[in-house]
Design a protein around this ligand. Structure first.
Ligand SMILES: NC(=O)C1=CN([C@@H]2O[C@H](COP(=O)(O)OP(=O)(O)OC[C@H]3O[C@@H](n4cnc5c(N)ncnc54)[C@H](O)[C@@H]3O)[C@@H](O)[C@H]2O)[C@@H](O)CC1
Ligand SMILES: Nc1ncnc2c1ncn2[C@@H]1O[C@H](COP(=O)(O)OP(=O)(O)O)[C@@H](O)[C@H]1O
Ligand SMILES: [K+]
Length: 512
């Protein structure tokens, strides 16, 4: 991977950290002369600003304060809001004498400011128009225990909007998994370093809007600290897909071959081929069972459709393509096995999806290459790793990295907060929506990836960009028609707009 392309990624995408790395950022900041309590005050002030920005007319709220520094943030925020005339109630999980350091100092500050405090008990009614969750932050260790569990359940049962401080309590800052129970936030305001665990796994369903506040300390503190991941940013698109040269021809922009659609399984491969064509591959071929040829040609005459009764009829097709997409509708029977065997034998970059992944986990074990993108959903990932889907979901970043180590190349672990693991590390996609929980969405992704590879993008860049464009296209399609009923076939036209980022400017120039 070239230095230039690596720079693109550095410039596009917020760094994400694990809890231990955020603690290191805190430590470095404090070592550089900003006192811990001053940092807590900055955090609380940022949270208070975030609260007012999201709920401008609010007059009253409750703050649940845990026994650590996350609770400390809550005490200071309560004092700040009370000073501006709001009615604030603090609910304390720990008595004052159980608090130490900055958290104790914060509690004293709020008490001195006259902010009401009541100890947590299970019959407590949460007062006010919203709840601030300052129970557990990055210091959470293991499954949520004791009264914290009850308090989290009470927050969720209250039906009130929730501002989570730093991270919804109960969510693991590294993995995005729920440790037993977790707060359902409306907004999460997070400090100093954004956390990987706010963006994948159960997190997208828990965090609400994420409001990242660097607190003005990140620049120096981040030096030499390799982030755990980067958040995929829409700026990547223009960086990687500049307008085509005026004299471009179809031979310059690649030939992708989609292999799939065993007898009885036609649609998936066609969806992949269509997405591939819409994303700008110069030529798209589809090798599928003969029974699907007519329907494919009717739907997409631009695609060169070859009916094959088996891999023996591929007839050099794979050698004439620049990239192969294998898996959509492949099946695991003899047709699919033969076609996968042929694809693995071709010296071409591969996109491997669906049943091709299942075959890699069963009949074609031990495969490893550098020039492929594997796109498992959690079920397929579990088969490839010999784990259960639950084990994959419990630590998605670890699963994505383990797959990449074992199988080489680049691995896309799909699902809310899709992860891309490659030689440059992890990237996380913050876009996409539950409308994508519909058949065929993964097939569209594999076609998109094939198109980007055909156009010459390096493997890891293609994978990151493809995942991003796929999710952004789904978000665009949802803005037009809503989540329920979103179809994979709706994505291609939106994705096309996204991969032509200068189109708006060109249109404007043409009409001037
Ligand atoms: N100086 C700093 O280090 C700063 C820290 N900040 C805040 O401090 C937080 C981190 O503070 P801490 O390290 O004190 O940790 P936390 O406040 O996140 O958690 C520690 C508390 O949680 C309890 N706890 C841990 N695991 C539990 C479990 N499984 N079940 C029930 N209770 C559990 C502990 O007994 C302790 O009371 C950050 O998330 C952020 O909100 C901010 O104020 C910015 C500055
Ligand atoms: N709730 C969601 N939020 C974001 N993305 C989602 C969500 N549900 C599904 N997706 C995305 O949709 C695609 C589904 O792919 P996959 O499970 O392979 O479907 P199929 O096998 O039907 O093609 C993946 O890219 C996944 O990340
Ligand atoms: K919290």
């Amino acid at each position: 991977m070239s230095v230039e392309s690596f720079d693109h990624w550095q410039r596009h995408g917020r760094p994400l950290y694990r809890a231990d790395q955020v603690r290191e950022l805190d430590r470095r900041t404090i070592a550089a002369g900003i006192e811990g309590f001053a940092l807590m005050q900055r955090a609380a002030a940022a949270a208070w600003q975030s609260l007012k920005a999201r709920w401008p007319g609010v007059r009253s709220f409750s703050v649940l304060c845990g026994g650590g520094n996350n609770g400390g943030d809550g005490h200071v925020l309560a004092a700040m809001a009370a000073a501006e005339g709001l009615a604030v109630q603090r609910i304390l999980l720990k008595p004052r004498d159980a608090l130490s350091g900055d958290a104790g100092r914060a509690a004293d500050m709020a008490t001195a400011a006259g902010v009401e405090a009541v100890p947590w008990h299970s019959d407590l009614v949460l007062e006010g128009e919203l709840v601030v969750d300052a129970l557990l932050g990055t210091g959470l260790g293991g499954e949520v225990r004791g009264e914290a569990r009850e308090a989290i359940e009470a927050v969720n049962a209250s039906g009130l909007p929730v501002l989570a401080i730093d991270i919804p309590s109960g969510l693991h800052a590294d993995t995005g998994a729920v440790l037993g129970v977790a707060v359902q936030a409306t907004r999460t305001v997070t400090f100093i370093g954004d956390k990987l665990g706010l963006h994948t796994g159960a997190a997208p369903a828990r965090v609400g809007e994420v409001d990242f506040r660097a607190l003005g300390v990140e620049a120096e503190a981040e030096v030499d600290l390799v982030p755990a991941a980067h958040l995929l940013d829409a700026g990547l698109i223009a960086a990687w897909l500049p307008p085509r040269p005026r004299d471009a021809h179809k031979g310059d922009v690649g030939h992708a071959l989609v292999l799939g659609g065993a007898p009885g399984l036609g649609g998936a491969a066609l969806l992949a081929a269509e997405a591939c064509a819409r994303l700008g591959a110069g030529k798209v071929s589809l090798a599928t069972a003969p029974e699907h040829v007519t329907a494919s040609l009717v739907r997409r005459p631009e695609v060169m459709v070859h009916g094959i009764r088996g891999a023996g009829e591929l007839d050099g097709l794979a050698d004439r393509a620049d990239v192969l997409v294998v898996g959509p509708g492949l099946g695991q029977g003899s047709w699919g096995q033969g076609v996968l065997q042929a694809a693995l034998g071709a010296e071409r970059p591969l996109v491997v999806d669906a049943d091709a992944l299942n075959l890699l986990a069963t009949l074609f074990t031990g495969q490893r290459r550098e020039e492929w993108v594997l796109t498992p959903h959690p079920g397929e990932a579990a088969r490839l790793l010999g784990l259960s889907p639950g084990e994959v979901e419990a630590d998605r970043p670890a699963a994505a990295l383990a797959l990449q180590r074992r199988y080489g190349g680049v691995v896309v672990l799909k699902g809310a907060g899709s992860l891309v693991a490659g030689p440059e590390g992890l990237a996380v996609c913050p876009h996409g929506n539950p409308g994508m929980a519909s058949g065929g969405m993964g097939d569209a992704l594999s076609g998109i990836l094939g198109a980007l590879l055909a156009q010459g993008l390096p493997l890891e860049a293609a994978a990151r960009l493809g995942v991003l464009v796929h999710a952004l296209a789904a978000d665009m399609a949802v803005r037009q028609g809503g989540e329920r009923g979103l179809l994979a076939g709706d994505l291609a036209s939106c994705a096309r707009i996204l991969v032509n980022p200068t189109m708006g400017e060109d249109d404007a120039a043409a009409t001037r």
